[in-house]
Structures are given as structure tokens and as C-alpha cells.
Design a protein around this ligand. Structure first.
Ligand code: NAD
Ligand code: ZN
Ligand code: ZN
Length: 388
């Protein structure tokens, strides 16, 4: 087996990722090594690379949390997966398994949860270390490239729709018809809902219609909440906001029917104003939703394996990652880009080759309570990490 791998690394927030040749990590006790076949590029990777959120990842790190690959090595004590299994390494990389949230099926909010491509190195690399207890088990009839977007965009919208509590025959409004939204539309249709897709891009809306949206509204022309209320006789029973835009959040609350639920999943940095009187007087619920549990993952993948939901993907090589992120930032990706990894890495010869120990000079910081192993995995011993 090769001893080095190619990876796209965030070395500085807001700067292009750097393509590096790094040592392939080896799995310790209780860990597995996955050889990446495909990894979707989520808008969250862009937030991560920009350092958009209050809790920032430790630099340097490898993003990517829609990675699908084959288990090529298992550490001691691993029994739940074996070599040759196809697994996904998702955003919920691991959790403690013992806190009140883990015990009640809310491991997504475990205080000790680790996040793939954020607090742990992710799938923009030819190999990834993973926790076998939290990987997604990819159904046999789902190709790696088709499973990739399901393990973040799919599970997040599927869970988010369930969290709206909208019932078959009722209306759901899905704001943002991009990577998340185009899958959300399909899950919602498969779950028997009437779907209104909202976006600011006519191309995305035309696509939303093609994949089953009953109604589409362009939010950049006129008042989308008023238009939706008129068309649905009072607003959507459930609203799912995936758009990475604060304007979309304010509009989404306005689209919610009396006694309906507005679920927030988009994560643009910042805050948005809530019209208190409307929310109180109309008994509206506003609820956050964060990816999904391992059970949600199995269900979300089953929809895809049964052909009820299909990610519309554009394949690109790892070496194109900076162009892909740039296009994602400018709304220029039709649905989802999936990085596909060649079985040999000859296409990567243009990559900058750097010895792993010399790859990351400079300051590397770890915040209190944060896991330092992502940076350590890139060649720094944990004790080299300072705190901020
Ligand atoms: P994307 O870029 O693929 O899609 C975003 C879509 O929103 C685009 O179609 C864009 O045209 C549309 N949009 C932009 N402004 C809009 C507006 N004002 N009104 C309506 N639509 C608008 O992004 P994505 O990969 O789908 O991710 C979307 C967001 O969801 C990101 O903020 C990401 O971090 C977040 N996310 C959250 C979770 C979670 O667990 N809560 C999981 C994954 C992603
Ligand atoms: Zn994601
Ligand atoms: Zn826990």
C-alpha cells in the first residue's frame, strides 16, 4: 500500500486550500482507515474554510464530511466493521455514547461530539481515519458517488423535514434549492408532502420543478412569504430553511402557517430578527436542527437505495477543490459537486509535494475543550499545540 496520500488542507482561514502530499495515517485501537472513493462538497466546508462560525476548527485541517470509501485497515478491538466494507464518514464523527443526549437518541448535540472535516480531518483526502461506531453503512446497491451527498445534505434535510412535523398532504416550504434543498424536495415528496421550493436563482427553481416541487417562488422578486400564503391558503405547515442567507431566515418565519414549525438548518454566520408578535400570536415554533442521528442516517440512505431520492451530482477531481469552493460561494453549483477519487493517484502529479513534517510551520492553536488530534494527524504532536 502507498505510504503517502494527497489531501486538500485549510492552512489559513479565507485562503485557498493547499494540495499536499501527507503520510497516510494509521488506525489506532478502536479506529479504522477508510480509502476515499467520493466526497461531496457541502456549503459547510466553505464556512469551515472561512472560519465563519464562533467555534473555529484548529488549523491546519482537512475539510469534507460527505466521504464514502472502503475500509482498508482496522485498529485493534474493532468488530462492528471489517476490511472491504463501504462506509461513510459523516459530520457526526463520534460522540461520547453515555451522556443524557447520547442515551436519548440526540447524539448530535453531545458535548463531546467530534465533527468530520472540522474537529477531525475529513474526506478531502485519499484516506481518512474514522470511528467505526459512527460511520454510515452504505447499502450495497448504492454507488459511492451517489451515497456521498446523502450522508450530509440528505440526512440533514430528511431529519429537518421530520422536525417540522408536517404530515402527508400538508405543505412544506423549502428555502434554498441547492445541495441540501434539491434533496429536501425529493425527501418531502417521498414523504407525501406538497412542496414549495424557494430560491433566488431561476435555474435552481427550474430544476426544483423537474425533481417534483409543486410550486416554486423566486425570493428575489417580491415578497415570497405573501406569495406562499396566497398559494397555500395561509402558509406552509412546515418550513425548512437551508439557504445560507439571513434574509431567507426572516422570510421563512413569515412563510409559516399558524401553529406551523419553521426549522432552521442553514448556517450563515450572524443573527436574524424574529417578529415576536407574529410568532406568539400565531403559535409558531422555530426550531434548529443539526444533521441527524445514526438511525436517521440509515433511513436517509434507505430512501436513496430504494431510488426515491437521488443526488444530482457533478463529478470533479480533488485537484479542482478551490474552483469548486469558489463556484459554491457564488451560487454557481447546480446541485452538488462530488469529488471522485481515482483508484490510482497519477492525476494528482501537479500537486505540491511536501514532506509531512515540514508541511505546516507556524502557529497552530487549539481552543479549550477542543480536540487537537486533527492538527496532530497532520504532523504535529498534541503537545505542540497551544491554546487560545
Ligand atoms: P448550497 O450553496 O448548495 O445551496 C444554497 C442555496 O440557497 C442555493 O441554491 C442558493 O441559490 C440559495 N439561496 C441563497 N440565498 C437565498 C435566499 N435569500 N433565499 C432563498 N434561497 C437562497 O449550500 P448547501 O450545501 O445546501 O448548504 C446550505 C446551508 O446549510 C449552509 O449554510 C450549510 O452550512 C448548512 N448546513 C447545515 C447543516 C445542519 O446540520 N444544520 C448541514 C449541512 C449544511
Ligand atoms: Zn454538510
Ligand atoms: Zn454524549
Amino acid at each position: 500500500m502507498a505510504t503517502t496520500m494527497h489531501a486538500a488542507v485549510v492552512e489559513q482561514f479565507g485562503k485557498p486550500l493547499v494540495l499536499r502530499e501527507l503520510d497516510i495515517p494509521s488506525p489506532g485501537p478502536g479506529q479504522i482507515l477508510v480509502k476515499t472513493e467520493a466526497c461531496g462538497v457541502c456549503h459547510t466546508d466553505l464556512h469551515a474554510a472561512h472560519g465563519d462560525w464562533p467555534l473555529k476548527p484548529i488549523l491546519p485541517f482537512i475539510p469534507g464530511h460527505e466521504a464514502i470509501g472502503l475500509v482498508v485497515a482496522v485498529g485493534s478491538g474493532v468488530t462492528i466493521v471489517k476490511k472491504g466494507d463501504r462506509v461513510g464518514v459523516p459530520w457526526l464523527y463520534s460522540a461520547c455514547g453515555h451522556c443524557e443526549y447520547c442515551l436519548t437518541g440526540w447524539e448530535t448535540v453531545c458535548a463531546h461530539a467530534q465533527f468530520g472535516g472540522y474537529t477531525k480531518n475529513g474526506g478531502f483526502a485519499e484516506y481518512i481515519l474514522a470511528d467505526p461506531n459512527y460511520v454510515a453503512h452504505v447499502p450495497a446497491d448504492l454507488a459511492a458517488r451517489d451515497a456521498a451527498a446523502i450522508i450530509c445534505a440528505g440526512i440533514t434535510t430528511y431529519k429537518g423535514i421530520k422536525e417540522t412535523a408536517a404530515k402527508p398532504g400538508e405543505w412544506i416550504a423549502i428555502s434554498g434549492a441547492g445541495g441540501l434543498g434539491h434533496l429536501g424536495i425529493q425527501y418531502a415528496k417521498a414523504m407525501g408532502l406538497h412542496v414549495c421550493a424557494i430560491d433566488i436563482d431561476d435555474g435552481k427553481l427550474a430544476h426544483a420543478k423537474r425533481i417534483g416541487a409543486d410550486l416554486v417562488i423566486n425570493a428575489s422578486t417580491g415578497d415570497p412569504a405573501a406569495a406562499l400564503k396566497k398559494e397555500t391558503g395561509g402558509g406552509a405547515h412546515g418550513v425548512l430553511i437551508t439557504a445560507p442567507s439571513l434574509t431567507a431566515f426572516k422570510q421563512g418565519v413569515g412563510m409559516t402557517r399558524k401553529r406551523g414549525t419553521c426549522v432552521l438548518v442553514g448556517l450563515p454566520p450572524g443573527e436574524f430578527p424574529v417578529p415576536l408578535f407574529d410568532v406568539v400570536a400565531n403559535c409558531i415554533t422555530i426550531r434548529g436542527s443539526f444533521v441527524g442521528t445514526r438511525q436517521d442516517m440509515a433511513e436517509a440512505l434507505a430512501f436513496a437505495a430504494e431510488g426515491k431520492v437521488r443526488a444530482d451530482i457533478e463529478l470533479q477531481p480533488l485537484s479542482a477543490i478551490n474552483q469548486v469552493l469558489d463556484r459554491l460561494e457564488h451560487g454557481d453549483v447546480a446541485s452538488r459537486v462530488v469529488l471522485e477519487f481515482a483508484s490510482d493517484s497519477s492525476e494528482m502529479t501537479a500537486v505540491e509535494h511536501t514532506a509531512v513534517t515540514a508541511a505546516f510551520p507556524g502557529n497552530v492553536t487549539a481552543g479549550p475543550g477542543r480536540d487537537a488530534s486533527a492538527a496532530a494527524q497532520l504532523g504535529y504532536p498534541d503537545q505542540a499545540l497551544g491554546t487560545v
